[in-house]
Ligand binder design. Structure first.
Ligand code: GDD
Ligand code: MG
Length: 239
């Protein structure tokens, strides 16, 4: 059996970004016929018609490659991955943003690095090696750096980009960590790394370029930042 990579794509108002992203995922895997793949779109009842676009993509790329697993409302980024995981048929899971900030051409680098050390997790990093962030204003850069600095200092998981969300997991490893993870929003990514370390899983880091979205808006609001601070504190007193 070839390795199969299941990509969970959480979407909220990504109508304009989804087609190009899926096209490039398909193109990337066509260059790597040794891998099987599928995309699981977890859409939270986006008002912009993202689900209609997803249905068209199923027609074009086939239901063996694209699945749409919607939810009734906007229930948060962390729980979107938990929802998507139920439908995974691959032995590896890739999570990435659907707004094209994460380029599919990096996927083979994640797969290759995973194999080199049989790592449980490969996490994309903007903050090590030749990784970087492009297109963010100073305020957003400070929020991201501050979030990473705070969690790194208090929790010491030894991962350079705790809040990033371009990652590859062995499927059974993802399932185990998710069982212990309590966060529902953006803080989920940081908690997953802290739990992974506590459980003794191996983590490799793949430098990536994060490019801010062209279409649509970020969903990161003040409530997510408050949720993040609470999450760091809860882990600090419990792990
Ligand atoms: N289904 C679902 N999807 C969501 C939700 N909130 C956000 N998303 C989807 O999650 C992805 C990331 O959301 P963005 O709103 O584009 O995030 P960002 O501001 O660019 O934040 C990026 O940086 C953060 C901090 O470094 C990361 O934590 C985050 O994951 C992302 O990489 C997008 O595909 C978006 O549609 C939700 O409640 N439900
Ligand atoms: Mg984004």
């Amino acid at each position: 059996m070839p390795d199969k990579y299941s990509i969970i794509l959480p979407t909220y108002n990504e109508r304009k970004n989804l087609p190009i992203l899926v096209y490039l995922i398909d193109k990337t895997f066509k260059q790597h016929p040794e891998y099987d793949w599928e995309v699981i779109i977890v859409d939270d009842a986006s008002p912009d018609g993202t689900q209609e676009v997803a249905k068209e993509l199923i027609k074009i790329f086939g239901s063996d490659h694209i699945q749409l697993k919607p939810r009734a409302g906007k229930l948060g980024l962390g729980t979107a991955y938990i929802h998507g995981l139920q439908f995974v048929t691959g032995n590896f899971v890739i999570i990435m943003d659907a707004d094209f900030s994460h380029h599919p051409e990096a996927i083979p680098q994640f797969c290759k690095l995973q194999k080199e050390g049989d790592y449980d997790i490969v996490t994309g990093t903007r903050y090590a090696g030749d990784g970087g962030v492009y297109g963010w204003d100073l305020k957003r850069k400070l929020v991201s750096r501050g979030a990473n600095f705070l969690a790194s200092t208090l929790l010491r998981p030894n991962v350079s980009d705790l809040t990033g969300s371009f990652r590859l997991y062995k499927k059974n490893v993802l399932a185990k960590i998710i069982l212990e993870t309590k966060s529902k929003g953006y803080v989920f990514q940081m908690e997953m790394m802290v739990r992974a370390r506590a459980l003794g899983f191996t983590i490799a880091e793949q430098p990536i370029a994060f490019v801010d979205r062209v279409y649509g808006e970020s969903k990161l609001g003040g409530d997510e930042i408050v949720g993040y601070l609470k999450g760091v504190w809860n882990l600090f007193i419990s792990v």
